[in-house]
Design a protein around this ligand. Structure first.
Ligand code: MN
Length: 714
């Protein structure tokens, strides 16, 4: 309680009675909540929030920040929750405490610089109110100050994180005091030996420097006083250890080279005085050319303002001088936090709250704007700071701790596609902070996102209604298009297959057709690939019966190439494609040869035919054919019969043909002499056996003399 009484006194210096009373209520609640908790050092836990609040009180932060600082660990470490804080102290305090808890909950352990940068952005993106960051920085500062009570391994981890994350954020917000302390403490715990050596060097060299520093201080002070600027403060400035260490590493210079630079700071009452003081010191010592910088006219991005110059000091010693006003000094040390001291609401506030939407940031920006007034494009300036402070992105963790940045409003589907297209295409569900969540959830910074995939999962067209990034949307569209294509291909193939099988082709015949035939089919159909053909059929751009016609034509020509693969079996049902030569009239049972005639199909010859030798001169047109086992139909064959020339003989023969189930197709008479006639018939028979039976039967007829199978027609 004594510790708090002390803080309370400090608060009363700049806050109203009423505000301090509210802070006391917050303290009592925190004290109660942490009642039985102890820090590593053994002290009661409440000492920590009180010290965090004290750091902020030192910078004169507003009463809400102080209340939130006192309560900052309650949601995380005690049974209190956000709702209870809200009921007791209202929305604003609950939001602040909750914001700090969220930052406490995210952990950073990557060593990559790019990831550290993302982590810093993540912290800023998670923060709706910049005071959350300031409280968090104060929390970290007190933890660093009390780090010695933690075990060494923890010290190392926390120090590294402080150097990687917290010091740069403090720098970004212009909070130089925080930055310097973060870096010196981090340096001390991370590299204890280097820290001690460097510290000893600085301590030793300080003795030698003292005289020169006081000489210069005095000279500048006197020069200022002579022109009536006696209210100015001049002081020698020591570089802090970590910045010396960084300089040594960067320049690879010796320690004495770096320590031999003497720094001075001149604090003047008004901005105009800065330039007057500059003229004086330039008059006093010769300036080093090219080293003058006017950060008053053009402030640094974090709001820092000063005039910087380098001089050739007494005995040629290099001197660096910073000149600034008291308020510039405040901003240089406390950055954004300094602006709670300078709350003068101006015209510009409307513009700021419109464009930024964060009142607290607005006030800070207003401060920057006041500074910025003379430099022209202030809106551009605001925009830059806004982008830097509140990136329009969300930063989320992968399950392995990598940080990915996505645009504001992105969903787990966008996350999945950002990781890998395959992950996106196969994602079925997601876990956000280890809880199953809808894929349409809008992601928030600091969340851990895990995508659950399945090898048979497919993108859902419904994702297009919530997926945000261009990459995701184009990936989904591409997949859907490909999918529609492959489905239409399957359908198209089935359609054309059905037609082909109805024409007697085997199922899937196109899969077995040799490449050159495919090529021909494609060129006949004027299309580049079978896939494309199936696709067009599937999509209804071509009619499958028409396509099948073209394919069949080519397939039937295919007979040609099957010469080597085995005989073509003649079934007798081939129709117009197969004809039987009328020079030899082959019938089943005869040895035969196929002869291909362009535009007509195959003509089947009897092996004995006199034309066969002619055909064989063009082996490419000769096709190995054989009679199939179960032949249907009848085949024409000529028969020559020598008969005794007497009445009624034709009738007898006709009866005999009928008796033998052989139709007469044609008949001719070749007169020989008066007594005998030669009759030529073309009859239709089943096969050689059938013909043999017929011949045998005719030989038994008395009027029939000689009877032979003829070779040609008449
Ligand atoms: Mn804490």
């Amino acid at each position: 309680m004594f510790q708090y009484t002390d803080l309370r006194e400090k608060l009363s210096e700049y806050l109203t009675q009423e505000q301090v009373e509210q802070i006391t209520q917050a303290y009592l609640m925190a004290e109660q909540a942490h009642q039985h908790q102890k820090r590593f050092s053994g002290e009661p836990y409440i000492t920590h929030p009180i010290e965090v609040a004290r750091i902020l009180a030192h910078m004169h932060l507003d009463y809400q920040s102080i209340m939130a600082a006192l309560l900052h660990d309650t949601i995380e470490d005690t049974s209190l929750d956000k709702l209870e804080i809200k009921q007791q102290f209202g929305d604003k305090i609950a939001e602040l405490v909750d914001g700090v808890s969220k930052l406490t909950n995210i952990h950073f352990d990557s060593k990559e610089e790019a990831q550290a940068e993302n982590f810093r952005k993540m912290m800023l993106a998670m923060t709706q109110d910049i005071r959350v960051i300031i409280i968090k920085l104060a929390d970290r500062l007190h933890n660093m100050r009390t780090l010695s009570s933690l075990p060494p391994s923890k010290r190392q981890r926390i120090s590294l994180e402080t150097l990687d994350i917290y010091a740069p954020i403090a720098h970004r917000l212009g909070m130089n005091n925080f930055k310097v302390e973060f870096e010196d403490l981090g340096f001390m715990y991370l590299y204890p030996l280097r820290y001690r050596v460097l510290k000893e060097w600085v301590r030793k060299s300080r003795g030698n420097r003292k005289t020169l520093v006081s000489t210069v201080e005095k000279a500048i002070q006197e020069a200022l006083a002579q022109t009536g600027m006696s209210h100015c403060i001049v002081r020698g400035r020591e570089k802090y250890l970590y910045s010396l260490y960084k300089k040594m590493r960067k320049k690879r210079g010796s320690l004495s080279d770096i320590l031999d630079i003497y720094g001075f700071r001149i604090i003047v009452p008004e901005e105009g005085d800065c330039y007057r003081a500059l003229g004086l010191v330039h008059n006093l010592y010769r300036p080093v050319s090219g080293r003058f910088k006017d950060y008053i006219a053009i402030p640094k991005a974090n709001g820092y303002q000063s005039l910087h110059t380098s001089l050739h000091g007494p005995f040629g010693v290099p001197i660096e001088v910073q000149i600034r006003t008291k308020s510039m000094e405040q901003i240089a040390e406390n950055g954004i936090a300094a602006h709670w001291n300078y709350k003068d609401k101006g015209l510009i506030e409307e513009v700021i709250s419109d464009s930024v939407g964060h009142l607290r940031t607005g006030e800070w920006l207003q401060g920057l704007l006041d500074i910025q007034e003379n430099t022209g494009d202030s809106l551009e300036f605001i925009k830059n700071i806004k982008i830097d402070l509140y990136p329009e992105a969300v930063y989320v963790f992968t399950p392995t701790g990598k940080i990915l940045s996505l645009p504001q409003g992105a969903t787990p589907v966008d996350f999945a596609y950002l990781v890998h297209t395959d992950i996106g295409n196969h994602c079925i569900a997601c876990k956000i902070n280890r809880k199953l969540s809808p894929l349409s959830t809008r992601l928030e910074s600091g969340q851990i996102v895990e995508i659950i995939t399945s090898s048979c999962a497919q993108p859902n067209p419904a994702w297009l209604s919530f997926a945000l990034t261009g990459k995701t949307r184009s990936n989904i569209r591409h997949w859907l298009k490909t999918q529609q294509r492959s489905e239409s291909r399957v359908l198209g193939k089935r359609l054309v297959d059905t037609v082909l099988t109805s024409y007697g082709q085997l199922e899937g015949v196109l899969d077995q057709v040799p490449p050159e035939k495919i090529k021909q089919i494609l060129s006949d159909l004027k299309i580049e690939s079978l896939e494309a053909l199936y696709e067009e059929i599937g999509l209804g751009k071509r009619l499958s019966p028409l396509v099948a016609q073209v394919i069949l034509k080519v397939l039937e020509d295919n007979v040609e190439s099957e010469q080597d693969t085995g005989p073509l079996y003649i079934k007798g049902t081939e129709g117009l494609i197969v004809t039987y030569a009328d020079c030899c009239y082959p019938i089943p049972g005869d040895l035969i040869l196929g002869h291909l005639i362009e535009g007509q199909g195959i003509t089947v010859h009897n092996e004995q035919c006199i034309k066969v030798s002619q055909c064989r001169k063009h082996p490419l047109n000769c096709i190995n054919v054989q009679w199939a086992d179960n032949i249907e139909g009848e085949f024409q064959v000529p028969i020559e019969i020598e008969v005794v020339n007497e009445r009624g003989v034709l009738g007898i023969l006709a009866n005999a043909f009928a008796e033998m189930n052989a139709d007469i197709v044609n008949v001719g008479v070749d007169e020989r002499d008066g007594a005998h006639n030669m009759l030529k018939f073309i009859i239709s028979v089943k096969d050689r056996a059938h013909l043999a039976k017929i011949l045998k039967r005719f030989r038994s007829i008395s009027t029939v003399g000689k009877i032979i199978r003829g070779k040609t027609a008449f």
